[in-house]
Write a new protein. Structure first.
Length: 392
């Protein structure tokens, strides 16, 4: 191991679990390459592993969801730079005071400063671009990709553990964590370290919030896999379910973290990620309710149409519209027509063959009536699309 000039080694303890002085290093490995010193950190390595795993799974499973593996690969290749740029700009925007004197530092991400929600925004932009270029329905791609987001997040959160960052306030729970990293940060943010603020005592264990997010994301990942199986029937449900579940998780976690991004409004400090999480929850609930109501209405219409078809009478135009001379009547029981108007079974006749077309009582005839402007919309019109058109 080459000499390290920064604090990259921690002794991490979980006193309530009987775990003491667990040696944790920020560095996975380092080496010399062509005379240049190269250091690989666990945070970056886990980030890369998470992206690679999600990409491989998404490409492999694409065909089963009527997507092309090459299109998914193109999406990931575009998403990665957009995600990093979005995460960095989001962080800098809310920490501008730290960068305004030296804007060149914005390009240096080796010191940290990537915000998750900024990465999501960047990834969404990449998704819309790919959907447009590849002619893929946006909701199809959103529902498909949403499943892999919590998987990548969960793996990436272990990078926070190795960095000993993104932890919470003091706790007396058995899994409370303490290290040089937690002590250093809590001492730094206390105005008077000798008299620490409530919940920010450097000498007490803290909530390992990285672990909370990891466990929650694995549960969300499993739930989304189940929800996505019905994404053809219920578009947008997978994405909205992710927003709802992760929004709830992040709202709770952000409330106990000690390094949250904040802004001041009406003299009050507001945690940005907590506000965004709340918005995600509210928006997802509203849309899920609206979609549920629409689905019930659609089911009622489909049941009514099925009942009409079962009785042999399916009118494809307004019931008040009189028959026209050029209308065609498909007659299944010609005996209901009198005299010369009777035709052979199952043969179409023109409405002009009927003495008085406007007085034809279709309720007594086992028939289906079409006019020259009728458009039949069935599942065949959507073939290859994978999604039926709204009936409402």
């Amino acid at each position: 191991m080459l000499p390290i000039t920064c604090l990259c080694q921690y002794q991490v303890s979980f006193p309530g679990l009987g775990i003491h002085d667990l040696s944790v290093s920020r560095i996975a490995f380092d080496f010399n390459l062509f005379g240049r010193h190269v250091t690989i950190y666990w945070y970056g390595l886990l980030f890369a592993v998470a992206l690679l795993l999600c990409m491989v799974l998404a490409v492999q499973q694409a065909k089963a969801h009527r997507l092309k593996g090459d299109d998914i690969l193109d999406f990931f290749l575009l998403m990665i730079p957009f995600m990093v740029i979005g995460a960095r700009l989001y962080y800098v925007a809310f920490e501008w005071d730290a960068y305004k004197e030296n804007p060149a530092r914005i390009l240096d991400i080796t010191e940290g400063g990537l915000a998750f929600y900024g990465g999501v925004i960047g990834g969404m932009i990449a998704l819309f671009i790919i959907a447009h270029v590849k002619h893929i329905k946006v909701h199809h791609l959103l529902d498909y990709i949403a499943v892999y987001v919590p998987l990548g997040q969960g793996i990436g959160r272990w990078g926070n553990f190795f960095n000993q960052e993104a932890f919470g306030i003091n706790t007396d729970l058995p899994w409370g964590m303490i290290s040089e990293g937690t002590k250093s940060w809590l001492t730094r943010i206390n105005p008077d370290p000798a008299n620490p603020l409530p919940g920010l005592d450097p000498n007490l264990p803290v909530h390992p919030t990285f672990l909370y997010e990891f466990l929650a994301n694995m549960i969300i990942f499993a739930i989304l896999l189940a929800v996505r199986r019905k994404s053809d029937k219920y578009p947008y449900r997978t994405m909205l379910t992710y927003f709802l579940l992760y929004g709830l998780t992040r709202f709770f976690v952000e409330g106990i973290r000690t390094d949250a991004l904040v802004f001041t409004m009406f003299g009050q400090e507001i945690r940005i990620s907590q506000l965004v999480s709340l918005a995600m929850v509210v928006i997802s609930v509203v849309f899920l309710v609206v979609l549920a109501i629409r689905d019930k209405q659609r089911e009622k219409v489909l049941v009514s149409l099925q009942d009409a078809e079962d009785t042999g009478l399916l009118m494809l135009f307004g019931p008040e519209k009189p028959l026209q001379v050029d209308d065609v009547v498909i007659v299944e029981d010609s005996e209901t027509l009198d005299g010369d108007n009777a035709k052979d079974d199952d043969n179409p006749i023109n409405a002009s063959d009927v003495t008085d077309t406007t007085s034809l009582d279709t309720s007594s005839v086992d028939a289906t009536v079409f006019d020259d402007t009728s458009v039949i919309g069935d599942s065949a019109s959507n073939e290859g699309d994978g999604y039926g058109q709204d009936v409402l």
